[in-house]
Design a protein around this ligand. Sequence first.
Ligand code: FES
Ligand SMILES: [Fe+2]
Length: 323
Amino acid sequence: MINDPVLINDWLPVAVVKQLEEINLIAVRLLGEDLVLWRVDGQTLAWQDLCIHRGTRLSLGQVVEGDKLECPYHGWTYNTVGKCVSIPAHPEQTPPRKAVVKTYQAQEKYGLVWVSLADPEHEISPFPEWDDASYRKIFCGPYQVKAAGPRVIENFLDVGHFPFVHEGILGVRDRPVIEEYDSQIGPEGVISKGVRVYQPDPYGTGRGDSVTYTYRAHRPLTASLTKESDGPRFSIYLTITPHETVESTAWVWMAQNYGYDIPEQELVAYQDEIFGQDLPILQSQRPELLPLDLQAELHLRSDRTAIAYRRWLNELGLTFGTS
Ligand code: FES
Ligand SMILES: [Fe+2]
């Protein structure tokens, strides 16, 4: 396990609930640890993907009798708390007391399965639009990225790249100026308000306009943005699975209170395109680890959110994906 004290005590996303409902058993990798996820009575369990008999992957096994997990090798079965309850080769024998799989905490929220590898110190980051029926929610991704989680979050918090990487969609080349805005670090993480950028067609009406974003980094690997407006409102909730130091998965929820008639596919395709534009940038960045020493890269006023993010990660003592 990649033993980052901040991340192992955090909730991290690992899978889509719907997918797990369909196939019952999934293998995932989180911070260098192989996990098996399985479901019993509407609840997700997350265990180390390792049978204590001969180290076989339990995710190759199957759920039996509705509430037990059977190892594929010699058929040892484990109950929902990870205790071995049957050894088929010796039915008369009570399984040894040490025959217990390592278990982790898991919960479902926002349609995702979240796991904590130690003792979660925070709730899962808030996504207020989730419970607000006036918002349509669109799930995008998951996107695989060969980059460190903090680099992916920092890219999400960055508006200066819009006119170049997302030219014609999130910005235009001849209006690249980023005006002053405010960025703060608080108990809830990083928040930047009043981040303005000109966009050619921000609300799908065909008209260009300056839009104002609020950005938040709630946790080291979860962030959100909201396009501020009195009418149409749009938000994104982004959370990252750190599989390995430079191997991540991005899970994206878009929420909007307009455009109900637009086919979902079209909205997902929009996000796919944007993420596809960021991908080569992210995978090209060197060093791969996000430098927390503010002397290490160059920073401008428009990089305020990134500066605050790096400072905050430093304050939290995050070591994962950073240098
Ligand atoms: S390795 Fe799992 S039952 Fe033998
Ligand atoms: Fe981008």
